[in-house]
Write a protein that binds this ligand. Structure first.
Ligand code: 3Y8
Ligand code: NAP
Length: 250
C-alpha cells in the first residue's frame, strides 16, 4: 500500500520530521489539537482538532489509509500518547514515538524536582515572591491556591478569559526562545523563581540557561507516565523505520 504517515505534532521535532518526510517525497499529514490560534506552518498538509478519543483516531487511521503512525507530541501530552497506542493496535497500524530526553541539571543549576503540576502548586505555598510561570495556559487555574505571588506568565495567545491569578504580568510569545531574551525578561521582572515542565528539546530550554546565569532556583515538573511503545530519537531514525517496515510489507 502507498506509504501514508500521520504525524501527531505540536513540537519542534515534529516540525523537523515533517520537513524530512516532505523532502523524502513521502505522503503524510501533521495533526494538531487546535490549542493555539495559528499553529506553525508545516511542510506537509495539516489537520487541526481532536479525533474523538481512541475510537475516533482508529477510525481516522482506517478511513485515511494511514500506513504508519508517528507520535511526535510533547512529553506532557500523555493522553494523546495513550490514545495513539490503543488506536494503532485497534487499526493494526505500526506506531513509533519521536521523543527527546528530559533535561538534566548541570553545574550551577538549582533545581527542585516535583512529580507533577499539583506538587509544584504545593511547593509554592510559601512567602510571596516573583514567579515566572512558564507552563503555558492550560493549567494556570491549578495555581490559584497561591495568589500571594506576583506571576510572570508566558502564553502563546493573548488570554481570552480573566486569568485565575490576581497579580500577573503576561508576555504573549511562542518559542523557541533565546537565553539572552529570557535573561533580560527575568531581570526586568525581578524574578525569584522559575516553574518549568521538563519538556526536553531546545525550544523551551532558554529559561533554564537564563536561570543558571542569574543563579535563580527552578521548580522542575517531571514528565507524566507514557505508555509502552517503541521510541526513536531523530527524523532519520523515523524514515529508516518507515522504509524498514515498508520493506517487510508490515
Ligand atoms: C499547539 C503548535 C515548532 C513547535 C514549537 C517544543 C518547543 C516552542 C516551548 C516557555 C515554555 C509550553 C507550551 C511550549 C514550547 C515549542 C513548540 C513549545 C512551552 C506550540 C503549538 C501548540 C502548542 C501548545 C502549547 C500548550 C502549552 C505548550 C506553550 C505550533 C506553539 C508552555 C510547554 O495556549 C495554549 O493553549 C498553549 C498550550 C499545550 C502548554 C499548556 O499547558 O498550556 N504548548 N505549542 C499544538 C496543537 O494544537 O496540537 O504552533 O507549533 C508548539 C511548541 N511549543 O514547530 O516550532 O517543541 O517544546 N509550548 C512546555 O514545554 O513547557 C513554552 O514559555 O518557556
Ligand atoms: P493531551 O492532553 O495529551 O490530549 C488531550 C486531547 O487533545 C487528546 O485526547 C486529543 O483529543 C487532543 N489532541 C492532543 N494532541 C493532538 C494532536 N496532535 N492532534 C489531534 N488531537 C490532539 O494533549 P495536550 O497536552 O493538550 O497537547 C495538545 C497539543 O499541544 C499536542 O499536539 C502537543 O504536542 C502540543 N504541545 C503540548 C505541550 C504541553 O505542555 N502539554 C507543549 C508543547 C506542545 P481526542 O481525544 O478528541 O482525539
Amino acid at each position: 500500500m502507498q506509504t501514508n504517515l500521520l504525524i501527531l505534532g505540536g513540537t519542534t521535532e515534529a516540525t523537523a520530521l515533517a520537513r524530512a518526510v516532505a523532502e523524502a517525497g513521502l505522503a503524510g499529514t501533521v495533526s494538531f489539537a487546535g490549542r493555539v490560534e495559528r499553529p506553525v506552518r508545516q511542510p506537509l498538509p495539516q489537520r487541526v482538532g481532536g479525533f474523538g478519543g481512541t475510537d475516533g483516531l482508529a477510525t481516522y487511521l482506517r478511513d485515511h489509509k494511514i500506513t504508519h503512525l508517528v507520535d511526535a507530541t510533547h512529553p506532557f501530552a500523555a493522553q494523546m500518547s495513550f490514545n495513539a497506542v490503543a488506536a494503532a493496535t485497534a487499526a493494526q497500524v505500526p506506531l513509533v514515538a519521536l521523543t527527546r530526553p528530559p533535561w538534566r541539571a548541570q553545574a550551577g543549576d538549582d533545581w527542585t524536582h516535583v512529580p507533577d503540576i499539583g506538587a509544584a502548586v504545593a511547593a509554592l505555598d510559601r512567602a510571596p515572591c516573583n514567579v515566572m510561570l512558564a507552563v503555558g495556559r492550560m493549567h494556570l487555574a491549578d495555581f490559584a491556591p497561591n495568589p500571594q505571588h506576583r506571576y510572570l506568565l508566558r502564553l502563546v495567545d493573548p488570554p481570552k478569559t480573566a486569568l485565575p491569578l490576581p497579580l500577573t504580568e503576561t508576555v504573549v510569545d511562542r518559542g523557541p526562545f533565546s537565553e539572552a531574551a529570557d535573561t533580560a525578561l527575568m531581570q526586568a521582572h525581578n524574578i525569584d523563581l522559575i516553574v518549568s515542565k521538563n519538556s526536553g528539546g531546545t525550544g523551551a530550554y532558554a529559561k533554564l540557561a537564563a536561570a543558571r546565569s542569574l543563579r535563580l532556583p527552578v521548580l522542575m515538573i517531571d514528565r507524566p507516565a507514557q505508555p509502552e511503545r517503541s521510541e526513536l530519537a531523530t527524523p532519520a531514525d523515523i524514515l529508516n523505520w518507515v522504509h524498514h517496515s515498508t520493506d517487510l510489507g508490515v
